[in-house]
Design a protein. Structure first.
Lengths: 529, 490
């Protein structure tokens, strides 16, 4: 229970956007610029206050830090319990970092209902940060669900032509996964009560719960469904292309950058430590699904003629890497998985921003409508290339670090899955480079493209910070990786303990069987006498 | 020998007396009032409601203390259980009256009878909640029902309203017959109408005749009708659609809660011996009610009809809680009914205003673009709908959470899973309204008459919205009280 700052910093960061919302509520609809500025500055303040988290974070302990604890609904053992460890730290920083950039990107893209849009974006930030900070199951679930509402409106009101379909699909898909999770949470809750006589929703106490394997299986399945839909893993991914494509740029950035990570985060925070046995049993299946996702996502991306759809499907592929690394269940794999979550947030977020910039200029997302853009937008072209490289994992950029670690981990765990996953890297290069070639190189075939302007100052302002981190993580990832080591070790400890216990019981059973044999033989011998 | 006088203890009936008194005052004033004087009936009734709320809350002792009062030799009880329900009824009635004030003026039905009938219906509900004996409960139920039959047809120039009233009356009387028959059979089997007496008799004598079981089954039918549980729900959509909107709001909250109040008390207090039998019936009824209600609601275009089916589905959730008739189960019923009253009446308040004169705009398309024409109304409506759908941080979520916790605690895992899947289904039709409000363009004709929210109606919406958020974000107080109220049943 360490709060290094003596200040409820997590609550401050999480709920500060509400202050911005309150301000915006009092502004008139017509003052678009003012509303935008308030929203942007609010998000910036949240970001600025989240920076000390990094510097005051003690990487020598796996304990939760910056903890806040207030009983909330005493009768049920529900509490307002916030705290972070090395796993959630970067996801929070990623969220506070991407939110202001996303707001900045909509300056000219969204001109109707600006007020509602900014309120939704800020509200979304509250929900996302809450999910990563919550250490109480109930609180976690509240944030998890609350976040659906602003995202639903963002897609449904400001989205593309099929926005209503996409918004409803997103909402219902996500909710159907999460209600079963709620049942599983409640089941755990009463189970915990039966064993300890204490009603509590504290996630950390569940980590110490010993559950029989068959119970673990069902609960794991319920959680799996919720998180796999969110990630999204292969057969549950169909909502993603719809939502990503229809959402406005900022919506796609947040969706890809942060929302998808809530699924992978869920696996790390809940499934692995609470159900270690079920996790061990599930490894081959989840790795298989992850690999299918990697290859399938990449192949489908190749076939797309819409840039945004291409980027959307590439997320399926990239998140497959995250899942692969995580279920390799070794140091490299899990660390790679976490850093890859951040990487994906940065590079795919940047790709969506870039698509948004093209769309704002030409109002089309079809690859065929572009070509030769490099000639009119040279600076844009180089940044685009850098981001594409980062996304496909070129050495020296962030994507490489993540994918390398994940593949090392995966090779240690299972050489077959890892080999197939490596194939995915090649496909990744294919769809990105081919798309880049068709959009940027060659002659300008459409005369509308001749007049395109290069990047504006505002566009620099939201792309360059991302580029900065893409390069930094690529060249010097140590400060990022070090912070998470202890937490990941602790997480893996739980699973390896279970493994050791299993082998011990197997050994024990063998010995018992031998003993039995021995006594039977003795009896037989004595009977003969 | 002088016959012994029963202990009457009228003071236990003060809230009921107040309500009855105000109902009579309004009726009486009706004969003298001129047009301008008719405006005040609503406010007069409100005074009665608020006084009654205060009495219920503070008498015999402030609410959070455990206290029980009896009257009429134990035919009447004032315990925390019935006090909680009475607060729900009075709150529902108060909100209904606030919504009605402008409605009756617009529709030209500004009569004292309207408010008097509402007050009488409320009186009936309160009697149902306090009765510890079959006949008392039955009297309350009839008083409530007959007032409601008349109210459903109150806009008598509208055909659809007449239809609603007649259907409600015919089917309702039929169901009352079942109920009465069930009570008669139980009386025949046990020789008493007192709930305690029945319970003691059944506990002593092991079941020898099928009579009590038959009686119990008939009671399930009778109460099932009042709470609109499937398969006794057929009346609800037509009546909800045809009745004047404020009355629909009223019917979906108070009388439903009253039905549950009596249902639960009779079954938990009088028939624990038959627990094994009624659990099966209610299990089936709960599943059917949730599923049928939600699935049919998906295809409704009329918003009142849609909310009628949604209200059927909500009764299904409450039946789930009823099944787990332990501490958590009963207190979750109380909590849920309070939450439901707030969110449903809140939604109907917006519907009433939007429907306009003659209630012409009650289709979901009429909500197109409401988010831009009337942002505040649309936000309030969204809040109520998200609460009905059970999305946090609203009262509706907390209520569902409470109910499904109770179900899992009692081992009804399957039922809980069916319940949550149902609530996902329900999300679809609640979202339809938000889609219309925010994601569709307003109708091409362009002329959208300005909505006039009367101050009374705004107050009703504010109270509901505040309550929905308060109960969703800081539910502790309400849960405490609900738990206290459960203890009263023991």
């Amino acid at each position: 229970m360490i709060n290094a700052l003596h200040f409820p910093i997590l609550s401050f960061i999480t709920f500060f956007p509400l202050v911005g919302i309150l301000f915006i509520c009092f502004l008139k609809d017509e003052h678009h610029d003012l509303i935008r500025w308030v929203a942007f500055l609010t998000a910036v303040v949240s970001f600025v206050f989240s920076i000390p988290l990094y510097f005051h974070f003690d990487s020598n302990t796996w304990n939760m830090q910056f903890v806040e604890y207030i009983p909330w609904v005493k009768d049920f053992g529900i509490s307002y319990h916030m705290g972070i460890d090395g796993i959630s730290l970067f996801l929070i920083l990623l969220t506070t970092f991407l939110s202001p950039l996303a707001i900045l990107s909509t300056w000219t893209a969204v001109t109707k209902q600006v007020k509602g849009y900014m309120i939704s974006l800020l509200f979304l930030e509250v929900g996302m940060l809450g999910v990563f900070c919550a250490l109480d199951f109930f609180l976690f679930y509240v944030f998890w669900e609350v976040m659906l509402i602003p995202m639903y409106f963002i897609i449904g009101i400001w989205g593309g032509p099929r926005r209503i379909y996409a918004a409803v699909k997103f909402f219902i898909y996500t909710m159907s996964g999460s209600v079963l999770m709620l049942i599983a949470i409640l089941f755990l809750y009463f189970r915990h009560y039966k064993e300890t006589g204490e009603y509590t929703f504290n996630i950390l106490t569940y980590h110490t719960l010993q559950l029989p394997a068959n119970v673990q299986f069902w609960l794991f399945l319920a959680f799996f469904l919720a998180f796999a839909i969110k990630v999204p893993m292969f057969p549950f991914h169909t909502w993603l292309p719809d939502a990503h494509v229809e959402a406005p740029t900022a919506g796609s950035v947040i969706l890809a950058g942060v929302l998808l990570k809530m699924g992978t985060y869920g696996f790390l925070r809940f499934s692995l430590p609470i159900f270690p046995q079920a996790t061990l049993n599930a490894i081959p299946y989840i790795m298989a699904l992850a690999v299918i996702g990697i290859v399938y996502g990449a192949l489908v991306s190749i076939a797309q003629d819409d840039i945004k759809k291409l980027v959307a499907y590439s997320s399926v592929s990239h998140l497959g890497y995250c899942m692969l690394g995580m279920f390799a269940l070794n140091m490299e794999g899990v660390k790679g998985s976490i850093i890859q979550m951040v990487n994906h947030g940065l590079s795919t977020g940047a790709l969506f921003l870039i698509v948004g910039m093209l769309y704002e200029r030409r109002h089309t997302r079809l690859i065929a409508d572009y070509g030769g853009i490099m000639k009119v937008m040279p600076v844009f072209a180089s940044i685009f290339l850098l981001v594409a490289f980062s996304s496909m994992g070129v050495p020296g950029l962030n994507g490489f670090i993540g994918e390398l670690l994940i593949l090392i981990g995966a090779f240690k765990a299972n050489i077959w899955f890892a080999s197939v996953a490596t194939l995915g890297l090649v496909f990744g290069a294919v769809y990105l480079l081919w798309m880049y070639k068709r959009v940027m190189y060659g002659e300008i075939t459409h005369k509308e493209n001749k007049l395109l302007k290069d990047m504006t100052r505002r566009e620099y302002a939201y792309l360059l910070p991302i580029v900065f981190f893409i390069i930094w993580i690529g060249l010097f990832p140590k400060p990022f990786l070090d912070k998470m080591t202890t937490s990941v070790e602790h997480l893996l400890q739980k699973v390896t303990d279970q493994k050791a216990q299993n082998t011990m019981t197997i050994e024990g059973q063998k010995i018992a069987a031998l003993n039995l044999n021995y006594t039977l033989q003795n009896r037989a011998l004595s009977g003969r006498e | 020998m002088e016959p012994m006088m029963p202990t009457i203890n009228l003071s236990a009936l003060y809230p009921e007396i107040i309500i009855a008194l105000f109902a009579l005052i309004v009726l009486l004033l009706q004969s003298f009032a001129n047009i301008s004087g008719k405006k005040y009936f609503g406010y007069i009734s409100l005074v009665g409601i608020i006084t009654a709320i205060f009495i219920v809350f503070f008498k015999p002792s402030p609410f959070d203390f455990k206290s029980v009062e009896y009257a009429f030799n134990g035919l009447w009880v004032v315990d925390n259980y019935c006090r909680f329900f009475k607060l729900i009824f009075l709150l529902g009635t108060g909100l209904t009256i606030l919504i009605s004030i402008k409605y009756v003026e617009d529709e030209g039905i500004q009569n004292g009878e309207y408010f008097a009938l509402i007050l009488f219906a409320t009186l009936g509900m309160m009697i149902m909640a306090s009765g510890t004996e079959m006949m008392t409960i039955f009297l309350g139920l009839e008083l409530m029902s007959i007032s409601l039959y008349a109210l459903a047809g109150f806009t008598r120039t509208r055909m659809i309203s007449n239809e609603a009233a007649l259907k409600y009356f015919l089917l309702g009387s039929f169901a009352t017959g079942f109920l009465l028959y069930g009570m008669a059979l139980l009386y025949g089997a046990t020789g008493t109408t007192s709930l305690n007496g029945i319970s003691q008799f059944l506990a002593k004598t092991h079941l020898q005749s099928p009579m009590p079981i038959l009686g119990m089954a008939l009671l399930v039918i009778g109460f099932g009708f009042k709470i609109a549980a499937v398969p006794f729900h057929m009346w609800a959509p037509d009546v909800y659609q045809g009745a004047p909107s404020p009355i629909t709001a009223f019917m979906s909250a108070g009388p439903k809660a009253a039905g549950f109040a009596a249902f639960v008390r009779v079954f938990v207090e009088a028939l624990p011996a038959l627990h094994g039998e009624w659990v099966v019936l209610i299990w089936v009824m709960a599943v059917l009610t949730m599923t049928v209600g939600n699935i049919i609601a998906l295809v409704q275009d009329n918003i009142k009809r849609m909310l009628a089916y949604s209200s059927i589905a909500h009764a299904g959730y409450v039946l789930v809680a009823f099944l787990c008739a332990g501490e958590m189960g009963i207190s979750s019923i109380l909590y849920y009914m309070l939450a439901y009253t707030l969110m449903n009446i809140g939604a109907f308040a917006v519907i009433t205003v939007l429907a306009g004169k003659g209630e012409e705009k009650v289709n979901i398309e009429d909500y197109n673009g409401l988010g831009y024409r009337h942002p505040v109304a649309a936000i309030a409506m969204s809040l109520f709908l998200f609460s009905l759908a059970g999305i946090p941080p609203t009262a509706g979520f907390m209520g569902k959470f409470y109910i499904f916790s109770a179900a899992i605690k009692q081992g009804y895992l399957g039922l809980a899973i069916i319940g949550v899947i149902n609530s996902v289904v329900s999300v679809y039709y609640y979202l339809r309204v938000t889609i219309a409000m925010y994601m569709k363009e307003p109708a091409a004709s362009g002329e959208s008459p300005a909505l006039i929210f009367s101050p009374a109606c705004i107050i009703a919406i504010l109270i509901s919205a505040f309550g929905v958020l308060r109960m969703g974000i800081f539910p502790s107080d309400y849960i405490d009280i609900a738990k206290q109220s459960f203890l009263a049943l023991l």
